[in-house]
Write a protein that binds this ligand. Sequence first.
Ligand code: UDP
Ligand code: MG
Length: 348
Amino acid sequence: MQDKEKKHIKINKIDRNSEGHPYKKDYNQNYKKSQNNQCEISIIIPLFNEEESLKELHQQIKNQLEIINITNYEIIFINDGSTDNSLEIIRQIHYENPNVHCISFRRNYGKSAALAVGFKHARGKYVITMDADLQDDPAEIPNLINKLNEGYDVVSGWKKQRYDPISKTLPSKLFNAVTSITSGIKLHDFNCGLKAYKSDVVKTLHIYGEMHRYIPALAHWEGFKITEIPVQHHRRKYGKSKFGMRRFINGFLDLLTVLFTTKYMKRPLHFFGTVGTISFLAGLIIDLILSIQWIAGAKNLSNRPLLWFGIALIVVGVQFISLGLIAELITKQYIETKKDQYSIAEKF
Ligand code: UDP
Ligand code: MG
């Protein structure tokens, strides 16, 4: 009986090595090998449960690249913790087309994280991002490349005719208007999944959280040359949007984030410090005047509510300045240590 069990365990082990994770090691080695040299174009596709569209998308991209005669390319799917069959489908596509690779997260980190990891791994002189749900049209790839060749660093898609519900297009209009004003770069559509970049840009940008929504603003702040071109947009064919009702809350918070981060991301103290200093000085002046009046013997301080207001302003001011300093420390730490640290289960 014991013998049998042992045998069984042994067989199990062999089975697991040859079937459970059969190609994992090879994938990683192949991946490393293929990572050594540059290629013409990297296409980065973040995806979260998009099993129905992947094959069709791959075929369309391949056709487009053939039309413009590009053979030295890579398509990197970033599987952002899909729970459907997406990973297996990408594996099949990878068998058929060795230019296709995949980086698969253990859990869902969000589109920004997926793009950040894609950017890190991209070997292309030009890098194109697009959504996996077939809403972005690969037929736009040649137009994007032409525009990069004109000398731009980033070409952003503009879904001029958009096929999304009004619950999405309306907040998006507001978002684009505010982002345009605060970032100082005039674009109609900041959050289009379809964009093209020169390699320098993707190696410079550090995106995390929900920052994918305003990559053009960040690139602009880094000094890159940006333009946009109208692109064909399609209705979502399969599945549903991965940004549900939380879009409204997130949309509002993003608005604040945009306001805050475009100007103050790297220097939170400039924001908190300014508010804090104004408050502190206002309180100080009020209380100084009251104190002088008191010393001069003119007024009694015990029945002057203004005194407490002045004290409150001073305390709030000090609080804001300290908050700014703490935010500064956290930002620095975050940017230096936390960036790009996502749990990757597999690469091939
Ligand atoms: N996506 C992702 N991680 C997420 C949410 C979305 O990788 O947490 C991908 C998604 O699979 C799609 C792209 O990001 O390829 C855009 O998402 P979606 O189509 O849901 O956004 P919408 O078009 O509704 O703005
Ligand atoms: Mg979509």
